[in-house]
Each structure stands twice: as structure tokens, then as C-alpha cells.
Ligand binder design. Structure first.
Ligand code: HSE
Length: 409
């Protein structure tokens, strides 16, 4: 019998407990051994569950029980979760987690401890919820050099943007709906400011490119200032606005990473990813583009990925899975504004005619939308280094305000 402890009985934790406890035969058939949930750690009381007798409040019970070989961490955050996961790994227990903050911030350190102790540290659920993406990237695509990762990595913001695009709802209306439906947290900051997507692109980039990309190295911008006017202009230009996490390998081996509201061409497969769905496009030098699509959040989709890790761990108690990356010894992440991009530019001006003339002078024969009623001009640049494009924009005269968004075709 293989004994498991679950730390946390929130949305995902209860899903993990229910799958493991309700489907013992399904799991035993796959593992060729019984998988038993011995403890569930949570400070709250859960008196009326069929498995209430499994709850404990003291982490040391798990740590000091030599029968516990696999620990599931679904508490979230980076304080207790970090201390407990580190202690479990150091004690020679394998850990499976859905905690993207923990992996994005402490991944390299925890992976190294797992390696030294010859146990597994698995975190498939930390990116894309139920979508299998981390293992496929490092196992099925291992013949490739990964050159680019682009994704819609946050369900809440994708739902909000979909409502703005399809139903003409304002950002705050769409956010209120997302909260009413239980997609967004009461405090939706991590979703709408892009921090959640930032953690996920860190994990994807670290795994895909082999060295840790930390959240503070990712230029991160959320969707709070995307307006219905932007959505409308994007639509007229043949694009939809999505919150895109992106990481790219440069010719010198360094990488860039960013999270930003981005105009996505309607011909790009990511443009069709709506509502709370997530999608991750991975580009390999041999395979080309591969897209992974599905439910990126929610109790059972996420628990499905965690239990998949538990089963994998249970089947490979003596073998290390090759999900790893190192802490870079030299600078590895380059400022993403030094990378090539195309920009959407929306300018408010006191003289649209003069501005359009200047535009042609600076950018050549580009097409633009001239909105005299609003004193606005909107246009797309060609691909160039972002800093170069921003410098060119500084030369425009008569600007009252200007905003730019990334564009992908
Ligand atoms: N808040 C996240 C989202 C949950 O909306 O995608 C999954 O990480």
C-alpha cells in the first residue's frame, strides 16, 4: 500500500481527495498497488464528510510518519507551503503540487532538493489546470529545441475579455459577472493584473528553456485598462484582445518573457480560445507549432492533473521524472522590450490630420483608422524591436495621450 497525505482541503484539495477516495480500484489498477489517503491537513473542521476521520491539523504528523511516501500540496501561497514542501522533500517524500506561485518562485531550489534526495517533485497542475502541457513539452517534444511559448494562461481574464468582445460588457461589468459565477476571486488582483499568468509563463519558460525564469524578470501588465474602444478598434483591424503570456529564446541563448494584453489576429488559433478556457502554443524546431487546449482552472480539471501526478509518482517511487531546470549562474532573461514585436498604437491628438502626415513620414505607408469624432488615430506598426518602435513614437507631435499594446499575427 502507498500512503498519501494531502495538505489543504480547499477547491482543488477536496477534488484530489474525492478522486483518490472515490476511485480506489481505477487507481490501484494503474499503480498495481493500493493508494491510500492517510491524512488530510487543514486547520478548518470538516465534520460531515465520509472521510472526516482523516483530517489532522499538525503538519509534523505527516513529516514524521515514515509510511507517507507522497505528499500533495494544494494549500497555495509561498510561506507555509514552501516550508512544508521543502521539509517533505528533505525527508525523502515525493511532492505533487498545483501551487504555481511556489513553483514559479522556488522551483529551482525545490527541484534540486528533490534531485539530491532522489524523490519526485511534480507540478503538472500548476499550469493550465487540467491541460497536460508540462510533461508533453519535456517528454513528447524532447527531440526539439523549444523556441517559443505563447499562451492564454488565465481563465478569469479570458472570460472577462470574451464578454467584452462578444457581449460589449465593460471591464467592470464582466469582472462582476466572473465573480458571480465563481471564476474570479473576491480579490481578483492576481488574475486581472497578470500575476497569475506571469507565474505560469515562468514555469513554462523555466521548463522549456532549462533555467529558472523568475516572476520579477517578466514584464507583466494586466487587463485593467483595456477598454471597449480598444476591443472595437482591434475588431476593425481583424484582431481580438487576449491576455498573452509569451517567452522566446533569442539567438544568443537568452530568453525574453512577458505578460500583456495583446491583439491576436483572427487567423491565429489562440484567437478562438474563449471563456474560461486556456491554450498554450509551443514551438519546437522540428515539430513546428503544437497547441494544448482545455480547462485551465476548476476543482476537478485541476485535481485531475494533481492525481495524474500522484499516480505517476506512485508508479515511479524509485525513479526520477525528468521535470527539471537549474538556477542560472549568469544573466538569462533579457528585457522583453529588446525583442521584436508589432505594436497597436492608439493616439489621442489635437490635430488628427497633422498626426497622420507625421505617421507616414516616420513609419512609411501604413494604414490607420482616423477617428475625428474622438480625435483619435489608431494604427499597427510593422515588426521591429519594441524599444526602437517606442523611440519612433516619441517623435510624433501633437499627442495628448498614447497607448500601445503588443500584436501577434
Ligand atoms: N485564477 C486562475 C484562473 C485559476 O482564472 O485561471 C487557475 O490558476
Amino acid at each position: 500500500m502507498i500512503n498519501v497525505a494531502i495538505m489543504g482541503h480547499g477547491v482543488v484539495g477536496s477534488g484530489v481527495a474525492e478522486i483518490l477516495i472515490n476511485h480506489p480500484k481505477r487507481i490501484a489498477d494503474k499503480v498495481k498497488d493500493e493508494v491510500n489517503v492517510k491524512y488530510i491537513l487543514d486547520l478548518r473542521d470538516f465534520d460531515n464528510l465520509p472521510y472526516s476521520h482523516k483530517f489532522i491539523k499538525d503538519f509534523n504528523v505527516i513529516l514524521n510518519d515514515p509510511d507517507i511516501q507522497i505528499v500533495v500540496e494544494v494549500m497555495g501561497g509561498c510561506t507555509f507551503a514552501y516550508d512544508y514542501v521543502k521539509a517533505c522533500l528533505l525527508a525523502g517524500k515525493s511532492v505533487c503540487t498545483s501551487n504555481k506561485e511556489l513553483v514559479a518562485v522556488k522551483g529551482a531550489e525545490l527541484i534540486k532538493i528533490a534531485n539530491d534526495k532522489n524523490v519526485n517533485f511534480l507540478f503538472e497542475a500548476s499550469v493550465g489546470g487540467g491541460i497536460p502541457v508540462l510533461r508533453p513539452m519535456v517528454q513528447c517534444l524532447t527531440a526539439n529545441e523549444i523556441t517559443e511559448i505563447t499562451g492564454i494562461l488565465n481563465g478569469t481574464t479570458n472570460y472577462i475579455l470574451t464578454k467584452m468582445i462578444n457581449d460589449n460588457q465593460s471591464f467592470s461589468e464582466a469582472l462582476a459577472n466572473a465573480q458571480a459565477l465563481g471564476y474570479a476571486e473576491k480579490d481578483p488582483t492576481a488574475d486581472v493584473e497578470g500575476f497569475d499568468a506571469c507565474r505560469k509563463i515562468c514555469i513554462l519558460a523555466s521548463l522549456g528553456f532549462g533555467k529558472h525564469v523568475y516572476p520579477e524578470q517578466v514584464a507583466t501588465k494586466g487587463i485593467t485598462d483595456v477598454t471597449l474602444e480598444d476591443v472595437e478598434y482591434a475588431s476593425r483591424l481583424g484582431y481580438v484582445i487576449k491576455l498573452i503570456g509569451k517567452a522566446r529564446k533569442l539567438d544568443n541563448g537568452n530568453v525574453t518573457a512577458s505578460v500583456s494584453p495583446t491583439l491576436v489576429s483572427r487567423s491565429n488559433m489562440l484567437s478562438g480560445v474563449s471563456d474560461v478556457f486556456n491554450a498554450i502554443m509551443i514551438r519546437g524546431d522540428e515539430v513546428g507549432d503544437v497547441m494544448f487546449y482545455g480547462r485551465g482552472a476548476g476543482k476537478f480539471p485541476t485535481a485531475s492533473a494533481v492525481v495524474g501526478d500522484v499516480i505517476d509518482c506512485a508508479k515511479h517511487l524509485k525513479a526520477r521524472k525528468y521535470l527539471f531546470w537549474e538556477d542560472p549562474s549568469e544573466p538569462f532573461v533579457t528585457d522583453s522590450s529588446k525583442d521584436i514585436t508589432k505594436l497597436y498604437v492608439r493616439v489621442k491628438t489635437n490635430n488628427t490630420k497633422a498626426l497622420c502626415e507625421k505617421l507616414v513620414e516616420i513609419f512609411g505607408n501604413i494604414s490607420y483608422i482616423k477617428n475625428d469624432a474622438e480625435n483619435e488615430v489608431v494604427f499597427l506598426t510593422e515588426n521591429d524591436i519594441e524599444q526602437v518602435l517606442l523611440c519612433k513614437l516619441e517623435a510624433l507631435h501633437g499627442i495628448e495621450s498614447i497607448r500601445t499594446l503588443h500584436v501577434i499575427d
